[in-house]
Design a protein around this ligand. Structure first.
Ligand SMILES: [Zn+2]
Length: 309
């Protein structure tokens, strides 16, 4: 095995309601106990061992993607209990007050539907009533749940079908149009939902001051970076870099790939920026580069802990 990260996204508490894939402070505590707090390196130690070439095969680090407020509120106090620091991969448009659809859509799914499959059904029905119905029907014939996103074992067939429809059939512009229509129909208040979803500049500064390592994650979090032109990829990462460098008065040297999406151009751009350590979003083998460290999704750890219990 290669030294790797554990990847976290959503946490729940009384303030941050539970949702798909979210875990509580207690679950995080149990997970850290099971991994072995002594085996988990402080983020800066993982980075400096990487730079010196002294990382051992079973070295581990913790990583938090997407600048989520629930991570700051729920996970950070648990890390403090264990005296641990982590990598935080921050997309920066939300620090400027922009509302990015990614989290809004998740919040919408959780609040307006009894479960995620009910949302998937409503979404597909909205596509079927749209001008993209014929295209979607044609392309969905190619969909094979066993082959699509095979590196993510915890996705259900319904998750795969939705992701295929979103990313391969519709693409970002048409997907957003369909979602806007659905959100309007449900009279969901986007501005109200946006409050409390993301960290602000102060949170990121506080993490940095406490010894955590802050890294890149693009500016606006596209779900398919690999589909962007070289220019668009460059502006995503340069803008992200400039914002964090200015905020923290330090050059970022780490990153993670949003939705595990990148190509050779992305890696060149990251090298231009002097990024020395990057993380993928799964444990797939065959990627040995310094910008392609594997990460275990916490969902896999939860599954294993449940099986073992
Ligand atoms: Zn992300």
């Amino acid at each position: 095995m290669r030294p790797h990260g554990v990847m976290f996204h959503h946490f729940n508490s009384e303030v941050h309601l539970p949702g798909q894939g979210s875990i509580s402070a207690d679950a995080l505590r149990a997970m850290i106990e099971q991994l072995g707090p002594g085996r988990i390196l402080p983020a800066s130690e993982f980075l400096s061992r990487h730079v010196r070439g002294t990382l051992a095969a079973d070295d581990l680090c913790l990583t938090f993607d997407d600048a989520l407020r629930c991570q700051f509120d729920v996970a950070l106090p648990v890390l403090r209990e264990f005296d641990l620091t982590a990598f935080w991969f921050v997309y920066t448009s939300v620090l400027q007050g922009q509302i990015e659809p990614l989290e809004i859509y998740r919040h919408f799914r959780m609040n307006c539907f009894p479960n995620v499959n009910a949302f998937y059904r409503a979404f597909e029905e909205t596509v079927e009533r749209s001008e993209h119905a014929d295209l979607a029907a044609m392309l969905m014939e190619e969909f094979n749940p066993r082959a699509y996103l095979a590196g993510f074992p915890f996705y259900t067939d319904e998750d795969r079908r939705f992701r295929f429809l979103r990313d391969e059939v519709l693409g970002p512009a048409r997907y957003h149009a369909v979602m806007e229509r659905l959100i309007d129909e449900k009279e969901f208040d986007v501005n109200a939902a946006a409050r409390g979803l993301w960290m602000d500049d102060g949170c990121v500064r506080e993490l940095h001051a406490a010894g955590h390592v802050i890294g890149l994650h693009t500016h606006t979090h596209p779900t398919r970076v690999e589909h962007l032109s070289a220019d668009d990829q460059r502006s995503e990462y340069y803008e992200n870099y400039a914002y964090l460098k200015n905020l923290l008065d330090e050059r970022p040297v780490t990153m993670s790939h949003p939705c595990n999406s990148y190509n050779a151009t992305t890696l060149e751009i990251l090298s231009e920026l002097g990024i020395t350590l990057g993380f993928r979003a799964n444990m797939a083998s065959g990627f040995g580069g310094a910008l392609e460290f594997p990460r275990e999704d916490h969902a896999n750890l939860v599954r294993r802990m449940t099986l073992a219990a």
